[in-house]
Design a protein around this ligand. Structure first.
Ligand code: PFF
Ligand code: NA
Length: 446
């Protein structure tokens, strides 16, 4: 069985594929706005701790299951559970993961659609000479236009599902190869420019000097959710990629590299964005519009601003595209495992996601007062509950499966490292990652 499966071309290709899934809206759009709403440095510190204690060990658990199972998530979980003499019901974890990515993709596609709109606007030079107030008002007017939001969401989802339907996700290897370095360089340039503005000092202080009285249970919950979200962990999406991991690769090394790449993108973007926030006297807790308002303001002050801004939104769009493909893949793979044709599965999933996305897009205008649960509208629901609750819950169950349930010899082999490393990993997962996630979830929910 395992000989017939395709493998990623190289170790580097595997790392790039997972980095492509990890780096996306979570780093450049979600991190600054969630950090902004949760007090800055205190949030950042807790989030960084969660990345180390939960994100990276659980990422290893998730990829390891896929690697040991060498097939789609549902099938891998079922087969490994059977081997261990445990319940085959573990395979429903794959379905829960598919449900989680379904919810996430519905808002992810809407916000990626904003990048399409902003790319077009940048190419047209719309932001140049505009004042910060005009740029802010322009964004509000854009959000209030449901037709435009739905159009861009539809376009982005179509782009995503076409690639998934064709099953050419591996073609993105080459795109990632080029994209990641370019995105890095552009963000570094922007942060370099930010260092010359008077907002830079306050931004650094706000991001790195914690005020611990700002720490509440809700800050802790958001930090945990974002640690899972940014690393793409907890929805079996990386499990699917683990199935294609090269034989000789060390998983701990790969996971650490991916986490460092992912976090540094968020940090550089955060420094650039908050420098503008403080230089302009804006509110850090501005919400989902934060990045879409601050970056056009920053770039509009630079020589060749329209060119830089267009390049930025193009790279952002490509980065979210590779993440969205990773989000859609486990759903399509699950249906395929149940006997569906790939094309049909893509159409069915795409239609469902599209519908929820339309309702989410309209939450900024006509459906603003449609608040089905917890007083939150549909955009607020799908952009908060799945990252904050479903990903940690799914990640914890995956971790339990990897460190307690599946055959441990297979787990050790799939980690691809030394026996000592395996023992260390299992110690952390069993006695830190799993209990910590449980405690935070329970204290936040009860
Ligand atoms: N990690 C992606 C980001 O930071 O934008 C989002 C994501 C992808 C979350 C895949 C979950 C997932 F399964
Ligand atoms: Na990320």
């Amino acid at each position: 069985m395992s000989e017939t499966l395709e493998r990623w071309g190289s170790k580097r290709a595997f790392i790039l594929a997972v980095t492509g899934a990890a780096v996306g809206l979570g780093n450049i759009w979600r991190f600054p706005y969630i950090a902004g709403e949760n007090g800055g440095a205190a949030f950042l510190l807790i989030y960084a701790a969660f990345v180390v204690l939960l994100g990276v060990p659980v990422m290893m658990a998730e990829i390891l299951v896929g690697r040991a199972g060498r097939r789609g998530p549902m099938q891998a979980l079922g087969a490994l559970a059977t081997q261990a003499g445990a319940s085959r019901h573990w395979r429903w974890l794959g379905v829960f993961g598919a449900f989680t990515v379904f919810c996430i993709l519905s808002f992810y596609s809407v916000v990626s659609g904003w990048s399409i709109e902003f790319l077009v606007a940048s190419v047209n030079g719309n932001f140049i000479q505009a004042s910060p107030a005009e740029i802010g008002a322009g964004f509000d007017a854009f959000l209030a236009n449901p037709g435009l939001l739905v159009f861009n969401h539809s376009l982005f989802l179509f782009m995503t599902m076409s690639v998934v339907a064709a099953g050419v996700a591996k073609g993105l290897e080459r795109l990632n190869n080029l994209l990641m370095p370019l995105l890095y360089i552009l963000l570094l340039l922007l942060a370099g420019y930010a260092a010359t503005t008077e907002g830079f000092g306050p931004a650094l202080a706000w991001l790195f000097v914690p005020a611990f009285d700002a720490v509440t249970l809700s800050v802790v919950l958001h930090a945990m959710g974002h640690a899972f979200f940014t690393l793409a962990v907890g929805a079996c999406a990386l499990m699917a990629y683990g199935a294609y991991m090269p034989e000789e690769q060390s998983l701990p090394k790969a996971a650490a590299t991916i986490a460092v790449l992912d976090i540094s993108v968020a940090l550089i973007a955060g420094i650039a964005i908050f420098s503008v926030v403080f230089a302009q006297g804006m509110d850090p807790a501005e919400g989902p519009g934060l990045m879409f308002v601050t970056l056009p303001i920053a770039f509009s002050h630079l020589p060749w601003g329209a060119v830089w801004l267009s390049a930025f939104f193009l790279l952002l769009l490509l980065a979210t595209w590779t993440s969205a493909i990773n989000l859609a893949e486990p759903m399509v793979a699950t249906l395929e495992g149940l006997g569906w044709k790939r094309g049909m599965a893509s159409v069915a999933i795409g239609s469902g996601v599209w519908l929820v996305g339309v309702v989410a897009a309209m939450s900024f205008s006509v459906l603003a007062d449609f608040r089905p649960l917890f007083g939150r509208n549909v955009f607020e629901l799908v952009s908060s509950i799945p990252p904050d609750i479903f990903l940690p819950l799914g990640g914890m169950l995956i971790a339990i499966f990897a460190a307690w349930i599946m055959p441990q010899a297979a787990a050790a082999e799939a980690l691809g490292s030394s026996e000592r490393m395996f023992r260390l990993w299992r110690l952390v997962v069993r006695w830190v990652s799993i209990p910590l996630t449980l405690v935070v979830l329970l204290s936040a929910l009860l």
